[in-house]
Design a protein around this ligand. Structure first.
Ligand SMILES: [Zn+2]
Length: 439
């Protein structure tokens, strides 16, 4: 069922995408301005629902309900209430049958901005400067979602559309739990199981991987270490027990464990080239009341990374044992409570030699003139849900971004054009194409 429509050249596809640069800038600007911290994604959901409708794609709302997914092994203890919040899934269905399908998955939420005074421009005011678009969420990962939309739109501009199903899935709270993607994956799994839906053949997540293909991701969990000491007047400081200083000591000891896991001989092959793949990040510390009082309490909010081959529950036990040993060494009347909230995410490796991933690599080569690089990321992504729950081939492939999770985050517009071109080339090669309006 090949026809002339399936013979578009890479030059034609690249030209169609490049002429959509104004569309990409305008869409990404609106998307960034739709501020969407994790748990408050509604403005971005409304925006993307409109952008999909502009492409003729109606979205289905998939509600995130913790109760419905909390029995699943990949469920993370929630950080925010779930009432009424939803993912959006829009699917292009071709007129002809038989083309292979792809799902583009992206997250709507962004991380906190930090003090606005540290930004050159306000974080939710998109600004284009020297070929980069600035704003919180520009790189991570609103640009990638816009690249997927532009890729689809470019094929349309050339008079064709994918001859296989193409899904666009926009999810909640990727940045703190991943429960958004989990809700969609659980819904897809039961729809496929009930025979209501054909499974997607492959999944691409356009996270800002710098135009590389993701070969692995680390495991990640969040823990809160709560220390209670013995308050006292500073004049009699040595009669008290200081939980803030204990927190500092706990982190120092955890750094030793982190260093052990980072030793070259402990790194699995896929992370051999990384100097420091394992990161224990002290992201928050709250404690103390008064300069002249020994504090009552201290809470540390820590993000723990670990390798794909390590079991998440065993890893938690190892880290907890270290913390308990430190606390026991420091003082007998120091109280410790450990609480888990947020990420409970095993690591995984991804097979990049399966046909869909080879097709994506080949599309990249056609557009760039050189082979794609493989990248084992030291973060987690929603790819784990597709890999571990559905066993669907999945990777991340997205544009070059700077300062993600930092200040003055930005994304390269040239890179967005190359990524959108590669995704359009991939849909052309993988799904095949058919003339628009064919019935
Ligand atoms: Zn991201």
């Amino acid at each position: 069922m090949q026809d002339s429509a399936s013979q578009l050249s890479t030059t034609d596809i690249a030209g169609a995408v490049r002429s959509l640069l104004p569309y990409m800038v305008e869409t990404l600007s609106g998307f960034v301005a739709a501020a969407s911290p994790s748990g408050q994604e509604q403005p971005a959901a409304d925006f993307i629902e409109g952008a999909l409708l502009d492409l003729g794609l109606a979205s289905e709302r998939i509600e995130l309900r913790a109760d419905a997914i909390k029995h699943l092994p990949l469920f993370s203890p929630p950080c925010c209430p779930d009432g009424g919040r939803y993912n959006l899934l829009a699917t292009h269905r071709p007129a002809s049958r038989g083309g292979r399908s792809v799902l583009f998955n992206g997250h709507l939420d962004v991380v906190p901005t930090g003090p606005e005074s540290m930004w050159r421009n306000p974080p939710y005011t998109p600004v284009v400067e020297d070929g980069w678009l600035y704003g919180r969420g520009s790189g991570d990962m609103k640009a990638g979602i816009v690249c997927a939309l532009a890729a689809f739109k470019a094929l349309r501009a050339l008079g064709v559309q994918p001859a296989g199903a193409v899904g666009f899935n926009a999810v909640l709270e990727e940045e703190n739990t991943g429960n958004g993607a989990l809700a969609t994956v659980a819904a897809l799994r039961s729809a496929v199981g009930a025979g209501k839906l054909a499974a997607f053949d492959t999944v691409i997540i356009p996270e800002p991987l710098g135009e590389g293909l993701m070969s692995a991701q680390v495991g990640v969990y969040w823990m809160f270490i709560e220390l209670t000491g013995k308050p006292a007047h500073a004049a009699y400081m040595t009669s008290g027990v200081n939980p803030v200083e204990a927190g500092v000591a706990v982190m120092e000891d955890l750094r030793q464990l982190e260093a052990e896991w980072n030793r070259p001989e402990n790194r699995p092959p896929v992370y051999r080239d990384h100097a420091h793949p394992i990161n224990f990040n002290l992201g928050q510390i709250h404690g103390g009341e008064w300069n002249s009082s020994v504090p009552c309490t201290c809470t540390l909010g820590v993000r723990i990374g670990f390798y794909p081959h390590m079991d998440i529950d065993e890893t938690k036990a190892i880290v907890e044992a270290r913390i308990r040993a430190t606390v026991a060494r420091l003082a007998s009347n120091l109280e410790l409570a450990i609480r888990y909230e947020g990420f409970h995410a095993p690591g995984c490796e991804f097979d990049l030699d399966v046909p869909s991933m080879q097709s994506l690599a080949e599309a990249h080569r056609k557009v760039h003139g050189e082979p794609v690089k493989r990248e084992a990321t030291t973060a987690t992504t929603d790819a784990r849900h597709f890999r571990l729950m559905l066993d669907t081939p999945v990777t991340c492939y997205g544009p070059i971004a700077r300062n993600i999770h930092g200040i003055d985050e930005s994304v390269s517009l040239d890179s967005m054009v190359r990524v959108a071109t590669t995704l359009a080339q991939f849909m052309h090669d993988w799904c095949g194409v058919e003339p628009i309006g064919r019935t």
